[in-house]
Design a protein. Structure first.
Length: 726
């Protein structure tokens, strides 16, 4: 059932313009009475009763789903103006400048490092030259060589969204884009001459899905092409193409496309190509989607070189292989899978693949689960995560079949890996934590580590008193839920501090430890930042995920409520001084926690929040596969009932005092309609009787499903602090 493009009610502007400006000024300078009520932009609430399987719910503010209607678009613009005016004040500018200084503090300017199979290291520099991004490569002698300056491309306003060098280091494919552009453009540069080769390739989005991969002979790039542009721009019906240096005048050639060579590809799936080395023996295509387990097809590289595309099915979702993490080395295919509720690191022989009975490298068990891994010439390296919040490094020797722990320079919360190739031995590990920026080390053959200065992040000595700890909180059903708490060593525990709690709890993604200097600055003032590792995430493995999805989704927000209560009951945070911050699908748990216990939270903020997932399948423009695999569908009665029970907007109540709310959204979001946050804020504005509760929606009109780590966080932190203090 899709919503009709119906006409909408008459837009009514503010009732009392003079009073509105007084109130708006009070938001900025606090010169009016603090108890005055804001006159919000008004739009008619067109309620529609919707019945599915004999069950009726009310779709509040249904008209906001038609964002192309001038009345609706005008309402969003006026809401955004209200939010923008709120932040137009000196106090916010001071905070923003402080956060900008922290994030731009002197460090090595290199970013997005690529350790190339040729021995070169490529990197992007977005710091050294104002309004420009520079692309370099570094030789063995540490000489940096400029390849490309983004300011020289077309009108000089493009950014480097993605790049990938060829294995031999002679060419580099660069994706160029602008915030207002839905798709990127790809160009190929000759590294020696620094000149573009061939055409500018359009309708690409490698930073979203599929990246760019090079053929083993360094002649062709493979990437995902999206055919739907113009007025009906979207990312459906994508297919994999190749574009070759030895035929630069030709158009990109489809090699994996629905209807081609008997391929049957879902129009909302992304055919992700996979080649990892000049020496790779196979080309893989993964049919990417929001589910944990995908279909994979493959063919020998020799067939690919001959232009013979007789794709063979390698594994299916029933084999429980996780995503596209697999790596081929000498005809062995290493991968992670889910088995008996745990993650396992395995491999099969691609000459006789048997995914029902693979060789096991390591079995996860309970709270100890295999996280990331990398395959090198001599060893397989993997992280072993405990509750998703602390991690150890292990290596596996395929010859001896022995596994051993490698002692790290310090104990991290998460480990990331980089390498040059599965056919070389070079390996880098990046260690993450709550209290400092990540640090990258090269692992030597004697198991010692060398710190990598190239691209290193800044240190913050002023945050040296910040520590992190993990406690286990008993949830509603007796389950122990990990709660990470970041605080100062000298925290008073007298119930006087402000606090922010966050949670995600979806898609099996763990909320692994990470550092962000604006958050550290908030904590350093004596406040608390906490992360509830609720069910639905992957902190304790696949079972933890299963216990927080579909019909078991209520566990996610009940876990969050229990963790929020813990902070108050144990005097870490003052009652009425706890804020909840969520993003994307985390807003389901967050929004429902607020609905069930609005008294727990003084402030509720969200980045690109999914607050109305029930309506996703009704809105034609949205990609609904993310919802189907994780939360359910409206096309099945039990699944529909689950969606109805977990939808924050549908479960809002009148005559309820909700927290002050700020929702920051991207107007071009292809996963979540602006109407989701729009309905939420409109309902609160229409029904709020609390003069000390403010409800705003901040709209980034050129943004998609993304977060600005300085501006957006500065706004959330400023709003949170102001609402708590006022």
């Amino acid at each position: 059932m899709k919503i009709p493009k119906s006409s909408l009610g008459i837009f009514s502007w503010f009732k009392k313009i003079g009073f509105y400006w007084c109130i708006l000024f009070s938001l900025i300078q606090l010169s009016c009475s603090e108890k005055a009520v804001v006159e919000y932009p008004i739009i008619e609430n067109e309620k529609i009763d919707v019945t599915e399987f004999g069950i009726t719910y009310t779709n509040e503010f249904s008209n906001l789903e038609n964002i192309e209607n001038p009345v609706v678009s005008n309402w969003f613009k006026r809401q955004d103006s209200l939010a923008e005016n709120y932040f137009q004040n000196p106090e916010y500018e001071v905070l923003l400048n402080r956060h900008t200084e922290l994030e731009n503090r002197e460090s090595h300017p290199a970013g997005r490092l690529k350790f190339n199979e040729s021995g070169l290291t490529f990197f992007r520099d977005a710091v050294s030259k104002e309004n420009s991004e520079l692309l370099y490569y570094r030789n063995d002698d540490s000489t940096d060589n400029l390849i490309f300056d983004s300011s020289t491309y077309k009108d000089g306003e493009y950014e480097i969204s993605f790049y990938e060098p060829s294995y031999n280091g002679e060419f580099v494919a660069v994706a160029m884009g602008k915030p207002e552009m839905f798709f990127d453009e790809i160009i190929i540069l000759d590294v020696a001459s620094k000149k573009q080769l061939g055409k500018t390739l359009t309708n690409a989005k490698p930073n979203k899905a599929g990246a760019i991969v090079w053929s083993t002979d360094n002649n062709c790039i493979l990437y995902i092409l999206y055919p739907n542009s113009g007025d009906d721009v979207n990312d459906r019906n994508s297919y994999t193409v190749q574009y070759c240096i030895d035929n630069l005048n030709a158009d990109p050639k489809p090699i994996y496309k629905n209807g081609l060579n008997e391929i049957n590809l879902n129009p909302e799936f992304y055919p992700v190509p996979g080649i990892r080395s000049e020496q790779s023996n196979y080309l893989f295509i993964y049919e990417g989607n929001a589910a944990d387990h995908w279909d994979c097809y493959y063919l020998p590289i020799e067939d690919y070189k001959k232009g013979v595309f007789n794709w063979k099915h390698l594994f299916s979702p029933e084999d429980k292989v996780l995503y596209s993490y697999g790596t081929e080395l000498n005809h062995k295919y290493y991968f992670k899978r889910v088995h008996d509720g745990n993650t396992e690191l395995c491999f099969v022989d691609l000459k006789r693949p048997d995914f029902k009975n693979p060789e096991i490298v390591f079995r996860g068990n309970g709270s100890l689960q295999v996280s990331d891994f990398k395959v090198t010439k001599s060893k397989v390296y993997f992280g072993l995560s405990s509750d998703g919040i602390s991690e150890e490094l292990y290596s596996y020797d395929p010859l001896t079949k022995k596994t051993e722990e490698i002692l790290l320079p310090f104990s991290p919360g998460d480990i990331g890996f980089d390498y040059r190739s599965p056919y070389l031995d070079d390996i880098w590990v990046t260690l993450y934590g709550w209290t400092s920026n990540p640090k990258t080390f090269y692992l030597n053959s004697d198991k010692s580590f060398d710190f990598l200065e190239l691209g290193m992040w800044p240190d913050y000595p002023e945050f040296s008193e910040i520590i992190s700890e993990v406690v286990e909180v008993t949830s509603h059903d007796g389950t122990k839920v990990p709660l990470s708490i970041v605080r100062r060593k000298d925290h008073a525990f007298d119930g006087s501090a402000k606090g922010i709690i966050t949670a995600y709890g979806a898609y099996g993604f763990p909320e692994s430890p990470w550092f962000h200097s604006p958050i550290a600055a908030f904590v350093n003032q004596g406040n608390i930042y906490a992360t509830a590792h609720v069910r639905g995430g992957g902190e304790k493995g696949p079972k933890w995920h299963e216990e927080g999805k579909m019909e078991k989704k209520p566990n996610s927000w009940k876990d969050l409520i229990a963790c929020s209560e813990y902070l108050i009951q144990n005097n870490l945070v003052k009652k009425d001084m706890l804020s909840l911050n969520v993003n994307s699908a985390g807003a389901i748990a967050g929004g429902m926690a607020v609905n069930e216990r609005p008294d727990l939270y003084r402030v509720f903020t969200g980045f690109i929040p999914n607050l109305n997932l029930l309506r996703t399948e009704y809105i034609e423009e949205l990609d609904d596969t993310d919802i189907l695999y994780e939360f359910g569908t409206i096309k099945n009665k039990e699944s529909f009932k689950n969606l109805l029970a977990m939808d924050p907007v549908t479960n809002l109540k009148t005559k309820t005092e909700y927290p002050s709310s700020l929702m920051i959204i991207g107007f071009k979001d292809y996963l979540i309609s602006p109407s989701a946050a729009g309905k939420y804020i409109a309902f609160l504005q229409e029904n709020s009787n609390s003069p000390d509760r403010l409800h705003l929606i901040d709209i980034k009109y050129d943004a998609e499903h993304e977060i600005d780590w300085v501006d957006d966080y500065s706004r959330v932190l400023y709003f949170t602090i102001q609402q708590m203090e006022n």
